[in-house]
Design a protein around this ligand. Structure first.
Ligand SMILES: NC(=O)c1ccc[n+]([C@@H]2O[C@H](COP(=O)([O-])OP(=O)(O)OC[C@H]3O[C@@H](n4cnc5c(N)ncnc54)[C@H](OP(=O)(O)O)[C@@H]3O)[C@@H](O)[C@H]2O)c1
Length: 369
């Protein structure tokens, strides 16, 4: 096969908070260090509510590069003709409006998790992306990491048989008693709480482990049931558990998922139990560095155990950036690895679990209902 000329993909960054910095640090890691030779990344614009903050961000993360355009508004980035794609690093209650404005300006979009505040907002965005022929993807970075791809490969090979039961947990002690109530984790006006902030990660593993498994044939869950613990501080969920049952397509399997922002994570973070073995993925489940596979003999005893470890330069956010650049080059509107159906499944699940848990956002938070 003839080798492709490396594509220099040009990013505009929306918001100068914590995750935007992490993402940009990874964007600037030489792709060759992860054996990527067909794309490179360049940040050409940064937008913030304050131009001073945009300049500080460029100084801190992009070596003060004077060629990067600094804007005191997000609109400046949407309108910048040098930008191929925008990366949205605002709180999720802002994702719908930010992505909508970017799409209307003809930009491709990589939007932080969770994609939106609810499924209706996401459906509206996907419709717009379709109409304007731009790429849109939720930044579910874990799906693109080499470890996740390998887990999927082993499951697909059939050596472990069908999945039956899995558990995935993401928890951390956010010290919520001492957080300002305006922090995005606690503020209901920013869609705060454990489910929307941490929930995308147990969901990505349920999707990889069950939804994507060949024996499921792409069917959604046959039932979703959830329960929430609400903190008296602001009324958002401090912990949530939910179960997805997959029984529509011949598969008979369940995912038990949990999140908490008051205790540390469990180990292993993900356990996927198949008829002929188990995959155990180490915490933290958003960026695990190892997993083990146990193979069962006919009596159900472990006869072989394998451990795989992963190391790379950077923190793991760059793999999703490579995916965006490749998809755009190929004229795709969505990724084959983390497509629109998966983000929709995630947002529909969150809507249902919030409904069952009695968590209603304050008026005005949801821009589309
Ligand atoms: N993938 C991951 O590993 C990961 C990790 C953490 C967070 N996230 C996701 O990334 C998003 C941002 O999280 P973060 O931790 O980076 O938050 P953050 O540090 O609070 O930054 C959010 C930024 O959004 C902008 N913003 C616009 N309107 C805002 C408002 N009303 N309140 C607060 N900020 C506002 C601000 O940037 P300007 O002042 O520059 O406009 C702010 O710095 C969330 O969707 C979160 O779930 C993902």
């Amino acid at each position: 096969m003839a080798s492709l000329k490396p594509l220099e993909f040009k990013w505009g960054i929306i918001a100068t908070g914590r995750i935007s910095g992490d993402f940009v640090k990874d964007l600037l890691v030489d792709p060759k260090t992860r054996d990527v030779h067909d794309v490179t990344h360049k940040v050409v614009a940064v937008g913030s509510r304050s131009v001073d903050s945009a300049h500080k961000f460029i100084d801190r993360y992009i070596g003060g590069d004077k060629s990067v355009n600094a804007y005191g508004s997000y609109q400046g980035v949407y309108s910048d003709p040098t930008v191929d794609a925008i990366y949205i690093g605002t709180p999720h209650t802002h994702h719908y409006e930010n992505a909508r404005d970017g799409i209307l300006a003809g930009k491709h979009v990589l939007c932080e998790k969770p994609a939106t505040s609810n499924a209706a907002e996401l459906r509206a965005l996907l419709q717009l992306a379709q109409e304007h022929k731009v790429f849109f993807m939720e930044a579910l970075w874990t799906r693109f990491q080499p470890l996740t791809r390998e887990v999927r490969k082993i499951a697909d090979s059939g050596v472990l048989g069908e999945p039956v039961l899995m558990h995935a947990d993401l928890a951390f002690d956010a010290d919520i008693e001492n957080l300002p109530t305006t922090h995005r984790m606690l503020d209901p006006k920013l869609g705060g709480g454990a489910l929307l902030d941490l929930g995308p990660y147990p969901m990505i593993w349920a999707i990889v482990g069950l939804y994507e498994h060949p024996s499921n044939s792409g069917a959604g869950p046959s039932s979703i049931s959830g329960a929430m613990v609400k903190t008296p501080i602001t009324g958002v969920d401090s912990a949530t558990s939910w179960t997805l049952t997959f029984a529509k397509s011949g598969m008979q399997a369940q995912a038990n998922l949990s999140v908490s922002m008051v205790i540390p994570s469990n180990e292993p973070g993900v356990t996927i139990r198949y008829r002929k073995g188990v995959i155990k993925v180490a915490s933290p489940i958003f960026c695990p560095k190892s997993f083990t596979v146990e193979y069962f003999d006919d009596s159900g005893k472990v006869w072989k155990e394998e451990k795989r470890n992963y190391e790379y330069v950077g923190s793991g956010w760059h793999f999703q950036a490579d995916e965006v650049a490749r998809c755009v080059r190929e004229g795709k509107l969505q990724s084959g690895l983390w497509g629109w159906d998966k983000s929709l499944l995630e947002m529909e699940t969150f809507d249902e679990v919030r409904k069952q848990g009695g968590y209603v956002f304050p008026p005005g938070v949801e821009k589309v209902v």
